[in-house]
Ligand binder design. Structure first.
Ligand SMILES: C[S@@+](CC[C@H](N)C(=O)[O-])C[C@H]1O[C@@H](n2cnc3c(N)ncnc32)[C@H](O)[C@@H]1O
Length: 186
């Protein structure tokens, strides 16, 4: 088990063993995930877009109590260390069967879900997967402002009143955006 490195009591340094498999996330983004997971007691982390598997592997190693599921359509990219992990699936995230499968994972989670949209078309992914969220779940879209576009952020703030941004300016400054689904009128 890897010592905590993201909380106030942690070292704030990412250990070398978590750099074995590359991830597309830079260090501050990695800390953001860990802080959110601790703060909201995330029970299930779902990553759409695995790449080499670095982020999924980090989540598996650092949060043994959390369920981790990751999806990518390109098996060739996966690092040998993560090939064969049953919760890393080779699937097209835009296929209806994948959406149905992710829906079943979300509904089976006995605590908040963090759904991370990080594939080839993140805006499309947001609109496709947002309806699956339950109250108390989170959806994060990566690569602001290029892929998680300002138009998406504006659309959500104007029309998706059941989505509450988490530390919006801080997340945007780190090229990502995250919302929590809340009960309307609560
Ligand atoms: C930016 S990378 C993901 C980075 C990864 N989340 C990380 O933090 O290291 C995007 C990934 O999305 C995958 N991808 C693109 N379109 C996809 C699709 N339709 N279904 C599944 N995966 C897809 C690509 O193969 C690529 O590995």
């Amino acid at each position: 088990m890897i010592e905590k490195y993201w909380s106030s009591g942690g070292s704030q340094v990412i250990p070398d063993e978590l750099r074995t498999i590359p991830t597309a996330q830079f260090d501050e983004q990695r800390f953001m995930f860990h802080r959110l997971i601790e703060r909201f007691q995330i029970a299930t982390f779902i990553e759409l877009g695995t790449f080499k598997g670095g982020l999924a592997y980090e989540m598996i190693l650092t949060h043994p109590e959390m369920k981790v599921h990751s999806f990518d359509h390109d098996v060739a990219q996966l690092h040998p260390l993560v090939r064969g992990i049953p919760e890393i699936y080779i699937r097209d995230v835009f296929h209806k069967d994948t959406v149905a499968f992710v829906s079943s994972i979300i509904n089976a989670s006995d605590g908040p879900v963090l759904l991370f949209c990080d594939n080839g078309n993140k805006v499309k992914e947001f609109y496709l997967y947002y309806p699956l969220l339950r109250v108390g779940d989170f959806i994060q879209v990566h690569d602001y402002p290029v892929e998680a576009t300002p138009e998406l952020v504006k659309d959500v703030s104007e029309h998706y009143l059941d989505l509450e941004p988490i530390d919006l300016n801080y997340y945007l400054a780190n090229y990502t955006v995250c919302w929590k689904k809340v009960a309307l009128g609560a």
